[in-house]
Design a protein around this ligand. Structure first.
Ligand code: FAD
Length: 409
């Protein structure tokens, strides 16, 4: 009989770990495994803010997919998924022929959500992928160069970067950008006082979900690095010149300004077809991580919504959740391939979260314990190293200096 084909879409946290687990769980003759991803590399999304600010080199957070999967067991296809057709069990690709599947794993990650705010899509940058992070770094560098040429040496005008959103990504990126600025100022002969980073947040506090004391700590740490906060302030629109804010006192313009939007994410639009009833690109996963009404389709990571029984709301999409899901998904797939039907229930055990505040500070909550400064930084390093170990091939990673980047950023 023909081997069933498992097709995994996306080689982010969820996809690559599902692939790696399946290559261990299933024998060669039990299933054909195919992994599809836009690029030939896997990247550490949780480090994209550093690539965007230019505080780490791109190579440090990308890993060739062929180095972390066994290519005798898994066929890798570098292509972009355009559509999933469940009626014919096929995946449409940008370049290649349609790809048939017996089992499908949707792990295509996230994209920016702009909540219908005019101009965000056209005029704001966003941290969504390696390429978008690179675009931010290049834009920041270009703005410094232009500013130095035009008005950097005299006048009062400021070089302004507005970071929209004070969630995890917004705070981590603002800190990283603030850390990069002194070097850029030196390079271009610009006075540091002429450059400003303004973080705009609709809520009255930053890092929603964190304990207030930790949010205050983070705020003080970033202010110390020169970041200004505009809390209880909404971005009303973004245009070519800058941004219009809505504050309690009314409208306010900040121009010229470069806007980096981190205010929201949604699941990948590919899953937004009527087959899956996705809400903002996220499919409400069943307990066994399958898409409702689709016995052979699993949904993981930022494309999935998993309800937290304690709050009745979906868990925030995180790499941590994606990693945990991949283990259950791989086991359930192995059960199905072997003709079983007793699937495991996904019960997430969320350990906490740690946000970096540049390379010298961090803040977090792990197992209910509040961490600040060095302890939080150590915890962040442990999380990162643990993930690198999950990807296997520590020797290769060490050789490339990737692991070293965690220990001594
Ligand atoms: P991703 O990791 O985004 O992977 C999706 C993959 O699919 C990518 O390889 C992409 O190239 C590929 N892809 C996308 N579209 C297509 C297509 N059409 N065709 C083919 N391939 C495609 N979470 C934490 O737990 N801890 C943190 O500290 C943390 N920090 C973060 C910091 C930043 C700056 C950001 C942006 C996020 C952070 N997160 C963190 C969230 C975390 O990164 C995401 O939840 C996680 O990446 C989701 O994993 P995923 O596998 O669903 O998707």
């Amino acid at each position: 009989t023909k081997k069933p084909r498992i097709v995994i879409l996306g080689a982010g946290y969820a996809g690559i770990l599902t692939a790696r687990r399946l290559q261990k769980l299933l024998r060669h003759d039990e299933a054909e495994i195919v992994l599809v991803n836009k690029h030939s590399y896997h990247y550490l999304t949780t480090w994209l803010h550093k690539a965007a600010a230019g505080t780490v080199e791109d190579e440090r957070i990308t890993i060739a997919i062929k180095d972390v999967i066994d290519s005798r067991r898994i066929r890798f296809i570098k292509d972009t998924v355009t559509e999933v057709e469940t009626t014919t069990q096929r995946v449409m690709l940008c370049h290649g022929e349609p790809l048939a599947y017996d089992y499908l794993v949707l792990a295509l990650g996230f994209e920016r959500a702009d909540f219908g705010i005019p101009g965000i899509k056209e005029h704001a940058l966003a941290i969504c992928s390696m390429n978008s992070a690179r675009q931010i770094r290049l834009t920041v560098e270009a703005r410094f160069a232009e500013f130095a040429k035009q008005k950097g040496r005299d006048g009062q005008e400021k070089l302004t970067f507005v970071v929209g959103g004070a969630g995890f990504t917004g705070i981590e990126f603002a800190a990283e950008l603030a850390e990069r600025i002194p070097a850029l100022c030196r390079q271009h002969g610009i006075d540091r006082q002429r450059v400003q980073v303004i973080n705009v947040e609709g809520a009255p506090a930053l890092l929603g979900g964190f304990a207030p004391a930790l949010a205050e700590y983070a705020k003080a740490s970033l202010e110390n690095m020169g970041v200004q906060f505009r809390l209880s302030t909404r971005i009303q629109s973004v245009d070519r010149d800058g941004v219009t804010l809505l504050t309690e006192a009314g409208e306010e313009r900040i121009t010229p300004a470069t806007v980096i939007w981190t205010g929201g994410v949604q699941g990948n639009r590919v899953v937004c077809n009527e087959d899956f009833a996705a809400v903002r690109g996220r499919i409400a996963a069943e307990k066994d991580l399958r898409a409702p009404g689709h016995d052979n389709v699993f949904v993981l990571g930022d494309c999935s919504a998993v309800i937290d029984k304690r709050t009745g709301r979906p868990f925030p999409p995180t790499a941590q959740l994606a990693i945990l899901q991949s283990a259950v998904c791989a086991e359930n797939l192995a059960t199905l391939v072997r003709g079983g039907s007793d699937l495991k229930e996904f019960v997430p055990f969320i350990k906490g979260a740690v946000a970096s505040l540049g390379s010298h500070d961090a803040v977090g909550e792990v197992f209910g314990i509040e961490l600040r400064g060095r302890l939080a930084m150590m915890m962040k390093a442990i999380i990162d190293i643990r993930y690198m170990a999950m990807l296997g091939n520590l020797r290769l990673l060490l050789g490339k200096g990737k692991l070293a980047a965690y220990v001594a950023p």
